[in-house]
Write a protein that binds this ligand. Structure first.
Ligand SMILES: [Mn+2]
Length: 310
């Protein structure tokens, strides 16, 4: 029995399933979690999705209105959650109750009784796809959710994590009826005015070092507030900077309400972002990773990370 079949057996043996995903949920988190919820419901189970902060506005189109009250759940599945810390506010209540962990991050510390972690998967959605296929849940809504998950984490199939398997899954999702043009438009051509202002801030305040190979930006709470923008509007800051000619490593530092900083790193070809962020207690993927840090000299900290380019 493979992992997908094992998970289906556990769902079938349950009554109500609680699905957890990470704080500051992204397209993979929301798409994978709600697709998994549909699989559970198709198997006759109650299912609910929980994450710290819920779905951000730009992803609400993916979220189905379903009853949120659950009978006492007897199965807890986390999806796209690398570490207990990524559960955010949900960590204390739920981390010890996770029965099944489904993840694709390279650095993915142990939690959960059954773990299915495949770092070569471009998105958690690739693993949930295997479950959907094995369970025979191949309707167009599930296909939309999984396509949204995969196209989000691959940046529309542009990032280096995009594999032959990724394209194979995309082909099958299209055959299931995924409305790929609609999903892409909603995800990538639907920028809010706030996000546009955030992008303007990033391009206006970016700095360079190491001969232009490091690009970085510091986004303070005061500047976010002054522009009428929210934390979530800066989600692609490091991707924007990586997209600039000559940049190998891009770092965005966003100040949190408590004065700590959320670092987001992206690299093009050489720097291992997961390893870089692991030195700060964070994690992620080779080309995209993050960490939360406390520092009185955030710019100095960023420049010290840039030493990897020296
Ligand atoms: Mn993911």
């Amino acid at each position: 029995m493979n992992k997908a079949e094992l998970i289906i057996e556990k769902i079938k043996a349950s009554r109500a399933v609680r699905i957890l995903t990470h704080a500051r949920a992204d397209g993979d988190a929301i798409g994978s979690a709600y697709a998994l919820a549909r699989i559970c419901r198709a198997l006759g189970k109650q299912a609910a999705v929980s994450s710290d902060g819920g779905a951000p506005d730009r992803l609400k189109f993916l979220v189905e209105e379903v009853p949120t009250t659950l009978m006492a759940e007897d199965l807890v599945i986390s999806v796209d959650v690398a570490s207990p810390e990524q559960l955010g506010e949900l960590k204390d209540e739920w981390v010890d109750k996770v029965d099944i962990k489904i993840d694709h991050h390279r650095i993915s510390p142990d939690f959960g009784k059954v773990q299915w972690v495949e770092p070569t998967a471009a998105a958690a959605g690739e693993l949930v796809f295997e479950i959907a296929k094995a369970a025979g849940v191949t309707d167009s809504v599930t296909a939309d959710l999984l396509y949204a998950a995969i196209t989000s984490d691959t940046g529309s199939f542009k990032y280096s994590n995009t594999s032959e398997r990724t394209f194979g899954i995309a082909k099958e999702l299209k055959a299931w009826g995924a409305d790929t043009a609609r999903i892409s438009e909603k995800l990538f051509e639907n920028m809010s005015v706030r996000e546009a202002r955030a992008d303007g801030y990033i391009y206006s305040n970016m700095k360079f070092a190491f001969g232009g190979r490091l690009a970085y930006v510091v986004i303070t709470k005061a500047s976010k507030d002054a522009l009428g923008t929210l934390d979530e509007d800066y989600g692609n800051a490091s991707s924007l900077l990586r997209g600039i000619e000559g940049v190998e490593l891009a770092i965005a530092a966003k100040e949190n309400d408590d004065g700590s900083y959320k670092l987001s790193t992206r690299s093009k070809e050489q720097v291992d972002c997961a390893a870089l962020c692991a030195t700060l207690g964070g994690g992620g993927h080779v080309r995209a990773a993050g960490a939360t840090v406390c520092s009185d000299d955030i710019e100095g900290l960023i420049l010290s990370l840039g030493e990897v380019l020296a």
